[in-house]
Design a protein around this ligand. Structure first.
Ligand SMILES: [Fe+2]
Ligand SMILES: [Fe+2]
Length: 259
């Protein structure tokens, strides 16, 4: 079993596709991940399932890989796994989760932005450019900068989970660039396609961060590091002045217009 824990998850799934299905049963999405050099033990560690569920999952994986062997998986001792539905965050992680709430409010407006899109008038184009301004200034410069320039610096940049998250940020930026181009060229179909792409991507991305990445980072960081991160977040927030609150008002205004 030890050798299996030290094997890359993609290699295991290639040889034993049933393992991918088993992981999906525990809401672990390794199959669609396109980075995929995580070892099985990283997957177990990052997802921090409650001990009974982890034992059950590992028993099923062992049976799929070694059908001829009797493998017994011990119950891991842990008091760290949160009860289902209850996630506790350190203060800096809580800050990021709270910022996601505002980003999710913009994401929730996207279907209505698509439905009412009017690229032939200046005011119609401005609605989308306001959304772009929010995404670039708040979601990217403010929020993603906290993640990429501060928080992620405390971890090995080659970790798969961070590569996936950074790739998501890049894909989001590409959608926004293409959206601006579509607005300038007055191409509603392309604008709708990239708005939808951004919506799908960010919905999954935020879920990954809230439910997997941040809780795992909280378990890895020392109290001293969490304090450092929080004070760096605070210093960055000061440089933005009232802008974050103003972006909150922009979202409220958009919501009122799209009720
Ligand atoms: Fe992110
Ligand atoms: Fe985030």
């Amino acid at each position: 079993m030890q050798e299996l824990l030290g094997t890359g998850i993609k290699q295991i799934i290639d040889e034993y596709p049933e393992v991918g299905t088993i992981l999906q049963d525990y809401k672990i999405g390794c199959v669609p991940c396109n980075v995929g050099t995580c070892l099985l033990k990283d997957i177990v560690d990052i997802h921090n399932l409650p001990p009974e569920l982890e034992q059950e999952m590992m028993t099923r994986i062992a049976k799929a890989v070694y059908p001829e062997r009797e493998v017994s998986i011990p119950l891991r001792e842990s008091t760290q796994a949160p009860a289902a539905g209850e996630l506790k965050y350190s203060p800096p992680m809580k800050r990021l989760v709270d910022e996601h709430v505002l980003i999710k409010r913009l994401v929730a407006l996207i279907p209505s932005l698509i439905e009412t899109m009017d690229l032939e008038t200046e005011s119609g184009r401005q609605v989308l450019l306001d959304a772009v301004d929010f995404i670039r200034s708040y979601a990217d410069k403010y929020h993603h900068a906290k993640e990429e320039d501060i928080l992620f610096k405390y971890f090995d940049e080659n970790l798969d989970i961070l590569k996936v998250i950074r790739e998501d940020h890049e894909t989001a930026r590409a959608h926004v660039r293409a959206l601006v181009e579509a607005v300038e060229k007055r191409e509603p179909e392309s604008a709708a396609e990239h708005l939808s792409g951004y919506r799908e991507l960010l919905t999954e991305h935020i879920k990954k961060e809230d439910e997997i990445l941040y809780p795992w980072m909280d378990r890895e960081l020392t109290d001293g590091q969490i304090g450092q991160i929080f004070s760096q977040f605070h210093a960055l927030e000061l440089t933005f002045g009232d802008a974050p609150a103003e972006y909150g008002q922009l979202i409220t205004k958009l919501e009122e217009a799209h009720r």
